[in-house]
Ligand binder design. Structure first.
Ligand code: SAM
Ligand SMILES: Nc1c(NC[C@H](O)[C@H](O)[C@H](O)CO)[nH]c(=O)[nH]c1=O
Ligand code: TYR
Ligand code: SF4
Length: 532
């Protein structure tokens, strides 16, 4: 970060103080000053009555290209003060003690984790020899817990819509929701699928043999949980305040969440959808509990919940990178509710932006506590921040994502700290094949899924593609001397694959018959009439 002040806009001093007033009105300055991580107050921008109009954005030079049309108190320069955190990586523990505890399988404290993440707070930077010892301990633990199998799932990503006004500063998946409106002056760069369109895409992938569809989306203002929530939203006196606009305002309506889930439940395929943030959207304007929301979604066909939207579960970091998002308490409340109604779930961390090692350690503690309470988390997925096209990078708040050392230590410390979560995922979308494989010897044992399409990382500037075939998986996993295993989403069904017996295709999905998954190009080629 250069200079005294990293800005996310190029404004004048007077405009800045105008925004400070705005921020003060919303209580943001107090919140920024406080490091009270257990605060229940969430959704800071919902009660900003001036928010949400196009004229507001056009009149305001702070509104850069990512402007969502609804302003958060933090849409003002990010100052050095915002990045001066109360939680810092300092401990009374020593690296050697922490490593010994990890090797012995003792439950680690937050301070232990900080020592491991930093390879010792007694020195600057990463000590390569110490790092290798942490990775080795994690690899050994992985072998004890899950053995030599490397799992992966035959799945499809189907994102329903990119329309979103939450304004997370690490995200370039979103497109400002007003650009989707029928009378918008600009053509939207995003997409919205109707339930019928989702069904068609999923049906095609189910025929190809997938086991699971993962579906995460922007918070489209016209999205409602079901007809009953739609009625409540329609009757609201100030729909803008609760981020609702009727479907008629848009060229394409996403319909309701329950219709989308039901449409995607083709032939009993596993539906992995509805992050805590989306669940928040699905209950806005009502007094329904998260249990009620997840019960309705489960009845519609939801099987498990992706634990994204976690980012970093510490308020002083969320205040900088996603002030419009639900807070830590609410994220935990939604996850517990999903578990209470019997839904399995994953958990994530998105790291390598403004946070430090103390925040990463606190985040792991919150996940481990949640798992102690629920036991429903099947895997932990570290998501390495992809920085290139994001507001955080474009406005000089960060200069890059995490280093490879940080990536490796993230996987390793997750394995060592989360003694109650069996599986740690290495994401080839985030790390690429070579580093993704390396992670399988740093504590990870799951290698994600085939996904067939990818929008979140690609739009953020990632370049590792959108698809891996079973052939790719078998070749990669065998090359490091491990055992390739096709899994179900909950890891209950497993099929060990013999690398000597090609062809390799999915066999666990409802319509899977072992036929290899092909790339789009290969499929297009086969669909063409054969040349004589
Ligand atoms: C794009 S959102 C979609 C679902 C929903 N809107 C939500 O926020 O939960 C899903 C997750 O993608 C991850 N993500 C978004 N942008 C990213 C980036 N630039 N690098 C890494 N992960 C990112 C975040 O962890 C986020 O919670
Ligand atoms: N879908 C993405 C994942 N991971 C999800 C897994 O593929 C799978 O859905 C989960 O293991 C449940 O079975 N990770 C990414 O980094 N990016 C994705 O798009
Ligand atoms: N969609 C998230 C990743 C994700 C989705 C579902 C999961 O269960 C886990 C991770 C991303 O691309 O960053
Ligand atoms: S991370 Fe999710 S909630 Fe935040 S802006 Fe992106 S799509 Fe919207």
């Amino acid at each position: 970060m250069g200079g005294d002040e990293a800005t996310i806009s190029t404004d004048t001093e007077s405009e800045r103080s105008g925004f400070r007033l705005d921020a003060e009105r919303n209580g943001a300055s107090d919140r920024l000053a406080a490091a009270d991580d257990d605060r229940l107050d969430s959704r800071r921008w919902r009660d900003d009555a001036s928010a949400g109009s196009n004229s507001h954005r056009l009149a305001n030079p702070l509104c850069f290209s990512h402007c969502t049309g609804i302003h958060t108190p933090m849409e003002r320069p990010v100052t050095e003060a915002d990045l001066t955190f109360d939680h810092v990586p300092q401990t009374d523990q020593s690296f050697e003690n922490a490593l010994e505890k990890a090797r012995d399988g003792d439950r680690l404290t937050v301070d232990d984790a900080i020592e491991l993440f930093t390879t010792g707070t007694d020195g600057e930077g990463i000590d390569q020899r110490r790092k290798e010892r942490v990775l080795e301990a994690a690899d050994r633990r992985r072998a004890e817990v899950v053995g030599e199998e490397v799992t992966f799932v035959a799945n499809l990503n189907n994102n329903v819509t990119t329309a979103c006004n939450v304004g997370c500063l690490f995200c370039n998946f979103k497109d400002a929701a007003h650009t989707f409106e029928s009378d918008a002056e600009v053509e939207t760069a995003g997409f919205t699928k109707t339930p019928d369109e989702s069904r068609e895409i999923v049906a095609d992938a189910v025929d190809r043999g997938i086991y699971e569809v993962t579906s995460v989306s922007g918070l489209h203002p016209a999205f409602a949980l079901d007809a009953e929530q739609r009625e409540i939203l329609e009757a609201h006196p100030e729909p803008k305040e609760i981020n609702y606009k009727p479907p008629e305002r848009y060229d394409t309506s996403p319909g309701t969440y329950t219709d989308q889930i039901a449409a995607m439940s083709v032939d009993g395929v596993h539906v992995h959808s509805m992050t805590p943030e989306e669940a928040y959207h699905a209950r806005r304007g009502t007094d329904w509990s998260y249990e009620e929301v997840f019960r309705r979604l489960k009845d519609a066909g939801l099987d498990t919940v992706p634990g994204t939207a976690a980012e970093i579960l510490v308020e002083e970091v969320r205040d900088v990178i996603c002030p419009g998002k639900i807070d830590t308490e609410e994220w935990l409340e939604a996850m517990e509710a999903a578990a209470n109604v019997g839904l399995g779930m994953t958990a994530t961390i998105m790291y390598g932006h403004v946070e430090n090692e103390a925040h990463r350690a606190l985040h792991l503690k919150r996940i481990r506590d949640l798992q102690d309470r629920t036991g429903n988390i099947t895997e932990f997925v570290p998501l390495s921040f992809v920085h290139q096209n994001t507001p955080l990078f474009e406005h000089d708040v960060v200069s890059s994502g995490p280093s490879i050392d940080e990536d490796e230590l993230m996987i390793a410390v997750s394995r060592l700290f989360l003694d109650n979560v069996d599986h740690v995922q290495s994401s080839w979308v985030k790390y690429g094949d070579e580093q993704g494989l390396k992670m399988l010897s740093c504590g990870a044992d799951d290698y994600m899924g085939t996904i067939l399409s990818e929008e979140i990382t690609k739009r953020a500037g990632g370049g590792y593609g959108e698809f891996r075939s079973f052939e790719d998986y078998v070749e990669m996993i065998s090359s490091i001397g491990r055992v390739p295993v096709e899994r179900s989403t909950d890891y209950e069904k497993r099929r060990v694959i013999d690398p000597e017996s090609p062809p390799f295709g999915p066999q666990l999905g409802p319509n899977a018959d072992g036929t290899p998954l092909l790339t789009e190009d290969e499929r297009a080629e086969r669909a063409l009439p054969a040349d004589d």
